[in-house]
Design a protein around this ligand. Sequence first.
Ligand SMILES: Nc1ncnc2c1ncn2[C@@H]1O[C@H](COP(=O)(O)OP(=O)(O)OP(=O)(O)O)[C@@H](O)[C@H]1O
Ligand SMILES: [Mg+2]
Length: 595
Amino acid sequence: MKTAKKMLTLISVYIAKSGLNHRKNLVVPSSNSTFLFAHKQRKLSRNRQLKIIKMTAVASINFDEFGRPFLILKDQDKQTRLTGTDAVKTHIYAGKSVANALRTSLGPKGLDKLLVSPDGDVTVTNDGATILKMMDVDHQIAKLLVELSQSQDDEIGDGTTGVVVLAGALLEHAEQLLDKGIHPIRISDGYELAARCAIEYLDKISESFGFDKDNLEPLIQTAMTTLGSKIVNRCQRQFAEIAVQAIMSVADFERKDVDFELIKVEGKEGARLEDSILVKGVIIDKYFSHPQMPKEVKDAKVAILTCPFEPPKPKTKHKLDVTSVESYQELVKYEQDKFVQMVQQVKDTGANLVICQWGFDDEANHLLLKHELPAVRWVGGPEIELIAIATGGRIVPRFEELTAGKLGKAGIVRGLSFGTTEDKMLVIEECQNSRAVTIFIRGGNKMVVEEAKRSLHDALCVVRNLVKDNRVVYGGGSVEMACSLVVGDQADKIATMEQYAFRAFADALESIPLALAENSGLNPMEEVTAIKARQIKEKNPWLGVDCMGKGTCDMKAQHVIETLTSKKQQISLATQLVRMILKIDDIRTTEGSPE
Ligand SMILES: Nc1ncnc2c1ncn2[C@@H]1O[C@H](COP(=O)(O)OP(=O)(O)OP(=O)(O)O)[C@@H](O)[C@H]1O
Ligand SMILES: [Mg+2]
């Protein structure tokens, strides 16, 4: 309030000086008042000056007929406001900053980012969505870009960096149009039409990709393109094969869908990336309860118990007086007999392995070994469920209810031990419901394993998208350039103001090949112009940036393959977001709310 008073005095000084008639309702022109404050308040601290300047932007101060000033909005002195082109430009600036941060991560030669969380956890990643999520941005428009990348991740899985770079470029070009005096709505509408034109062209040039269970090579090539920009590119082919095999095991070709629930990705640090494997079954982080139990159970019939599996024990609320050695021995014998009976009961159902959610003591463990019934104890709830799904068994909550029909079946259950570490895991393979698979990722350290998991997720999503829709385009910025040429051509045929937006859209599309060339250490402008000229001359839309220096720009020959859905989604999501940003022309921030 104090500042507001000061402001009002200053405004009256201004009014008195400028000789304006303050008996009329008048709005103080903000640019002039800004100047005045800057001039008058030279001695004030810089912060304070800024604050006052900000507040004058709000200044829709009116005066009544007696010259008394009054405020229209509640807490107006606490609000800051930006309107019109200023507002749009601030947004554009915020959006561009986020996109610029991601630009260097694009492409096979793109760089990784290292992010440190508030509690000191380190993440190294190349995945656009992860970078943005962990950047913890505060600006409201920047947050929209984070969501943009997230929605690309949810829908498609890959292309999360590209979509943000494209949105940034669209915003950048919109700024130039705003400077030319074109209204944001005209730009927004023009962008929409241009995006439609580009997407139609993509549909036209896309190629159908024939693959079947015996010819998985096309799928592997596409997965390899996705993995090419990641930390795992050292064993790109192996990971691509793992992703394709995993999807093929669980895909439902009739419904053209893939249930991701059936693919579990586990990771453990301590070995090389090359040691990662695909298990057609389930891996659990537990081991046989006794070290002398067999390391392998073939043709396993699994009893899955969520009830106690141990000799009966007196409950704490009961009191048992043992007064003589004989009665103690009798009690021990009773307990043992009872447990042996339980073991026999399990064996009678035909089970040769017990998986137990609860623990059992060492005595029970010894008896299990003696009676040759391998068991696994302390298996967590989610894992128990997964085992039940995979083996087709039923979870048994009461011991008496265990019957032969409730056993799960698996071809082999074997232990997995790693190098010199004590860690051991259990693999359940050749399950009855063999569709569930587990990808077990190894890596030198936790960061590598986590990044490998994220990269594999991208590859899995891409293969899944191909199962859904087998149309592809080629990458390396080639489609973007081809679309840019088409949209640019179209621009010349438009008689209205949207023509400018079309051209801007065409230029913005070029940002992808430009970024790819720049990140690969090439001269971006030189490279992109040369390729564009070749695309026109040779009428080949698949000429792109040769990032890997393979000597050919033909992305089809280089097998740089991307799904059509991903490209279409990138263009439409980026355009939608940019249109939304262009349509906001007023920002009000109340003091105290995050800016
Ligand atoms: N071998 C290659 N040669 C040329 N361009 C390539 C090659 N491999 C991939 N690209 C291009 O790199 C871009 C993809 O880069 P990148 O994987 O870093 O980003 P993204 O897929 O947009 O986001 P993210 O993978 O982080 O979700 C695509 O435009 C693709 O065409
Ligand atoms: Mg990618």
